[in-house]
Design a protein around this ligand. Sequence first.
Ligand SMILES: NC(=O)c1ccc[n+]([C@@H]2O[C@H](COP(=O)([O-])OP(=O)(O)OC[C@H]3O[C@@H](n4cnc5c(N)ncnc54)[C@H](O)[C@@H]3O)[C@@H](O)[C@H]2O)c1
Length: 355
Amino acid sequence: MSKKVKVGIIGLGFMGTTHLDIYKANDKAEVVAIADVNPDKLAGDISSVFANIGGGDNSISLDLSAMALYEDGMDLINDTNIDLVDICLPTHLHRKYAVAALEAGKHLMLEKPMGRTSEDAKAIADAAAKSDKCFTVGMCVRAWPEYRYVYEQLKSGSYGEVKNAFFKRFSPTMEGKSWNDWFSKEEFSGGALLDLHLHDIDQIVSLFGRPTAVTSNVSKAVRSDSAVDHVFTFYDFEDSKMVVSEGGWSATDNSPFEMSFQLVCEKATVIFSPAGLKEYYEDGTVEEVDLSGCPGPTGWHVELDNLLDAIQKGIPADKYLTPAEALDGICIAEAEQKSIDNNGEKIIIEYKEMR
Ligand SMILES: NC(=O)c1ccc[n+]([C@@H]2O[C@H](COP(=O)([O-])OP(=O)(O)OC[C@H]3O[C@@H](n4cnc5c(N)ncnc54)[C@H](O)[C@@H]3O)[C@@H](O)[C@H]2O)c1
């Protein structure tokens, strides 16, 4: 059996604890270090961690005694025992730690968004291009079973050409549910537009390639003063397909989280909703898709397993996502923000190319 990948996680919040759980259950990995500015977290107290979907039990105390513990993430990056640095920090910190990890010669798992701005994301992509190590960004929906299944069906041609598509990501408010409430602060998170809705932007890139322009509008600041917390966007493509998405965390705290989509294609209509994934074919057949044989159970498990596998085999970790695609998503989000700032004007997307 290949040597276990030695992992160090920076940021033990919702995603850091989620990743820790997943690594513990994966025999390709061994988590050997944790860094967090909060000493309570390093003492194993994760009671302040909030989860929106799939979260584990946060009332338990973690036993981290076998791991190296750091308050400064740079010390973890410089720990020579670590092969893979996994960055689960608030978004405005991604560039500083991601570039340092790549320059230190580590493999890197970076939570999404790749950067707070396209400039940050490009600096990270450029550092990744200079590195010979494995790198991926946590655009986990690409590896989420329902989304990956539909991606594969579309690419195989079994649905025919897509005529129109709608994607939705709907979350209760995130106010007060993160370290220093960073999700509510636009300069740290980019609001729901960059944080939550980015997953559907990325799906659109994954399924259809680069849109040329966006037209966005917003249900203005329902729960926070400044950040975009609920956005509606039309995407233009070179062909005539119509693509629309909605994403936001403006809903009341007791609302259910929902991720869903519908694709109207030549040969079938495909709907993923809280009722499951269903295909409605032209000939009248309705298929309830059984995903039990697909990699899972979540996209988080699949993306991390793919990264560990790539590290062990010495191959690129780009099965689900390339750094260039992760950068494209941020450029599209910025065009959507510009459209909102210009009262719904259509904005031609300015893509940044990697070095
Ligand atoms: N892929 C997904 O589905 C998904 C879901 C949620 C969040 N995320 C992303 O994961 C990242 C982290 O989000 P979260 O929900 O875990 O946030 P969080 O607030 O729950 O956790 C952040 C952690 O970072 C620590 N921290 C803050 N500054 C630090 C520093 N300078 N050095 C070391 N530790 C520091 C905090 O103490 C906290 O433990 C974000 O980029 C977010 O967008 C991804």
